[in-house]
Design a protein around this ligand. Structure first.
Ligand code: XMP
Ligand code: MG
Length: 180
């Protein structure tokens, strides 16, 4: 039986081990290195969730590049449109730049769709997305994600930067909620 951990009121078990995650990240970096050869991409990592992924990814990026960190605030709109996300902390001028958005997980995809729309409005030369995890079954609208680390089932996960109510971001393996 796999060892379990308790976070707040729930139990989680190891789903993807650190070594497997790190090998996959090195492979993602290698694809990015090939695709961006001769360019100078600007990586935009979305806080808080992507901090661990971004750090590991950047260790294997060999093309000349810059990295900066953004936050996405979400709040309920007054209309029925649901959540509205606002990008906070983007000080760089991204016009004409090759942008790579670094995200921990794409779930419904709604956050990333908005991030892409807002960034595209600033006329970058190109825009691609690298996410460590994606839940393909949860996607609500079509979304192109150029680099995906792992496609996972539609279950709640934590660790490797991802949290459950603030806890668990420091765990170096990815955990999944135990069946009830
Ligand atoms: P979507 O794609 O649904 O995702 O707009 C928005 C944000 O929700 C978080 N998220 C998760 N966090 N375990 C987590 O700890 C999960 O399984 C999970 N699924 C989504 C994440 O911050 C993502 O950026
Ligand atoms: Mg996130």
């Amino acid at each position: 039986m796999k060892p379990t951990i308790q976070v707040h009121d729930k139990h989680f078990e190891v789903f993807i081990e650190k070594s497997v995650i790190e090998n996959r990240i090195a492979a993602l970096a290698s694809s990015i290195n090939q695709d961006y050869e001769g360019k100078r991409p600007l990586f935009l990592a979305i806080l808080n969730g992507s901090f661990m992924f971004a750090a590991e990814l950047m260790k294997s990026i060999s093309v000349s590049c810059e990295i900066t960190f953004l936050r996405v605030s979400s709040y309920q709109a007054t209309e029925s449109s649901g959540k509205v996300h606002q990008i906070l902390g983007l000080l760089e001028n991204i016009e004409g730049r090759d942008i790579v958005v670094v995200e921990d997980i794409v779930d419904t995809g709604l956050t990333m769709i908005e991030i892409k729309q807002q960034l595209m409005a600033q006329n970058p030369a190109s825009l691609s997305v690298v996410t460590l995890f994606q839940k393909p079954e949860a996607l609500k609208q079509p979304l192109e994600v150029e680099y995906v680390g792992f496609e996972i089932e539609n279950k709640f996960v934590l660790g490797y930067g991802l949290d459950y109510d603030g806890l668990g971001r420091n765990l170096s393996d990815l955990y999944v909620l135990c069946p009830a």
